[in-house]
Design a protein around this ligand. Structure first.
Ligand SMILES: Nc1ncnc2c1ncn2[C@@H]1O[C@H](COP(=O)(O)OP(=O)(O)OP(=O)(O)O)[C@@H](O)[C@H]1O
Ligand SMILES: [Mg+2]
Length: 132
């Protein structure tokens, strides 16, 4: 998944991939150390077991996606990017409407917007879907 906080990634995953994919997200361990490395280990283990995986993080930049693409390549499985292309102001409005505990700090939203690069097949994706 690729998309700003509040873009609707988790909602889309819940509607589209429940039952076929195991959801991995750094959000599952908000306070753990080395969350990035831990996520990679979990993804690698699941792929080695033959499980289909969806990574539900913002992953706004190609650099942040590259390790995940590499894991899929190493496992010999196809890798797809689903980009929820939602304007930052729409994400901001949705974020503002969230309950306090679920609200992302505005600086996090705008930092992600600043890093955002639409996923491109040249990164190694077999398929790129852009949803508006
Ligand atoms: N297609 C949609 N249209 C309108 N509102 C939506 C849509 N999808 C999700 N929302 C609403 O937007 C808010 C954010 O959705 P969601 O939690 O799925 O975003 P997210 O991309 O997973 O955010 P985060 O990166 O912070 O986890 C929720 O209140 C959700 O109900
Ligand atoms: Mg989410």
């Amino acid at each position: 998944m690729v998309g700003l906080p509040g873009a609707g990634k988790s909602t889309w995953v819940g509607a589209q991939l429940t039952g076929t994919h195991t959801v991995v997200s750094k959000d599952h361990w908000p306070r753990a150390r080395h969350r990035e490395a831990r996520q990679r280990r979990v993804v690698a283990t699941l792929l080695a077991e033959g499980v289909s995986v969806v990574v539900d993080n913002t992953s706004p930049s190609a650099a942040e996606r590259a390790p995940l693409v590499a894991l899929a390549r190493a496992a010999g499985v196809p890798v797809r990017a689903v980009f929820l292309d939602v304007p930052v102001e729409v994400c901001r409005a949705r974020n503002d409407a969230r309950p306090g505990s679920a609200r992302v700090p505005l600086v996090g939203l705008y930092a992600a917007a600043g890093r955002l690069e639409p996923p491109d097949p040249a990164e190694g994706f077999d398929r790129v879907d852009v949803l508006r």
